[in-house]
Design a protein around this ligand. Structure first.
Ligand code: ADP
Ligand code: MG
Length: 402
């Protein structure tokens, strides 16, 4: 069998797994979203309160996009939220105009389809909207760039539009764009517009995500997304078990939940690899044997940035100490720890006695970009693992024996 045929037959066998375990895709239907009822209610509350907008922030992989998408989907389905929802995922170079382009095009085409009504509604802005015409030639677009489409103008253009704009990955845009969006939201709020903005991004506090714009904070409901509780992670597993007619032994379930440490990303990743492995082997039960192979696959298929960072931190031609001290650091999960506590942990895990002097050498290196910035200095003598997902990945590598 050539590579294409074997790939295809393998893929067909394991395709159903993708209906239940989706590590690389946010969840967009509320029935697959676990343990977020409280947050859903808060978002719906904000988006249906005049003058209020909403912001979701938290760690990477915690489930921000899934929460936003599922809430909007469910809200639309139950006619709580408006029918028209626009989405924009930011990249570094994103400009304010990129963010508001979709609703602008939407208004423009309705203006074309029903001239009289829209002229009445949006007549005064016809000129501005023309600038966003889908058919606009490249030359026209360049003219748009020169034209100043301010946050103020955009807000008054959208003020009658009953709709929601989801702006995801907002953390990556420049402070200048954050400022414009903040101004835009504040204007919408002052105008009492039904046009609502839902901002989503990585951050440890809401103020940082919006670059400290105090004026907008008053009209922004902030939701800090916590880790998913273990009982809900278990529901992700049992839901897949039922749907795929597979079963995970209780010990393996516990292991998966332990590794996940509240990050549904790892639950989905480990369950996907386990299920695919079981299906390939024509087995119904995910036992230790299936799971140990799945673990190796999961380590290989983990999201790139995490993997690269760990590789930089752990690889050394001179010593095999790095993976050892890293697994001990991972035991503190995302809590900060002192060098003294770390030395004790290393001693109890590996029976190795390290001196403060040698720890100095390791901490010096592990806080540098050349070693993936895996550690960060909290204050003198106190450290923390930088990426909150890293302890899960380190544990996975450790259990996979790599
Ligand atoms: N509440 C949840 N219940 C079940 N799975 C979830 C939940 N939240 C997120 N996931 C899964 O976790 C992974 C990461 O979610 P995602 O929304 O992309 O995170 P973020 O946007 O915070 O980086 C995805 O595989 C998604 O399917
Ligand atoms: Mg996301």
């Amino acid at each position: 069998m050539d590579v294409f045929k074997s790939f295809k037959s393998e893929k067909e066998k394991t395709q159903s797994v993708d209906n239940f375990f989706t590590p690389s895709k946010p969840i967009s239907s509320p029935e697959n979203l676990r343990g977020r009822n409280e947050e859903i209610a808060k978002i719906l509350g904000a988006l249906t309160t005049p003058g209020m907008h909403c912001m979701i922030y938290g760690d990477r992989g915690i489930g921000k996009s899934s929460l936003a998408l599922s809430t909007l989907e469910g809200g639309k389905e139950h006619e709580i939220l408006p029918e028209f929802i626009f989405q924009y995922r930011c990249i570094k170079r994103t400009s304010f105009k990129d963010i508001i382009e979709k609703p602008a095009i939407f208004i423009d085409s309705s203006y074309k389809a029903n001239k009289i009504e829209s002229v009445k509604k949006y007549g005064a802005r016809a000129k501005l909207l023309d600038l966003f015409s889908v058919e606009g030639s490249r030359e026209e677009k360049i003219i748009i760039e020169k034209e100043e489409l301010t946050a103020n103008k955009a807000a008054s253009t959208f003020q009658n539009l009953d709709s929601i704009l989801l702006i995801d990955e907002f953390d990556v845009v420049s402070d200048e764009v954050k400022h414009e969006v903040a101004e835009f939201v504040k204007q919408l709020s002052d105008l009492g517009s039904p046009f609502k903005v839902l901002i989503v991004g990585i951050g440890s506090d809401g103020e940082a995500l919006i670059a400290g714009h105090q004026s907008v904070i008053r009209c922004m409901h902030e939701i800090k997304l916590p880790r998913v509780e273990d009982k809900y992670l278990e529901e992700i597993i049992t839901n897949g078990e039922l749907g795929l007619s597979l079963n995970f032994t209780p010990a393996i379930k516990e292991r998966i939940i332990e590794i996940s440490s509240g990050f549904p990303y790892f639950t989905h990743l480990l369950c996907k690899e386990s299920s695919e492995q079981a299906i390939r082997e024509n087995k119904q039960t995910i036992d230790d044997e299936v799971f140990s192979k799945a673990l190796m696959q999961a380590v290989k298929n983990t999201e790139g940035q995490l993997k690269r960072c760990y590789d930089k931190a752990s690889t050394s031609s001179r010593t095999d100490m790095y993976p050892k001290i890293l697994i001990s650091a991972a035991k503190f999960n995302n809590e900060q720890f002192t060098v003294k506590q770390w030395i004790e942990q290393i001693n109890s895990d590996h029976n190795i006695e390290l001196t403060y002097g040698s720890m100095n050498n390791y901490t010096g290196k592990l806080t540098k970009p050349s070693r993936g910035n895996v550690l960060m200095l909290v204050r003198r003598g106190v450290y923390k693992i930088t990426d909150p997902r890293m302890p899960s990945y380190i544990l996975m590598c450790h259990l996979a024996g790599s």
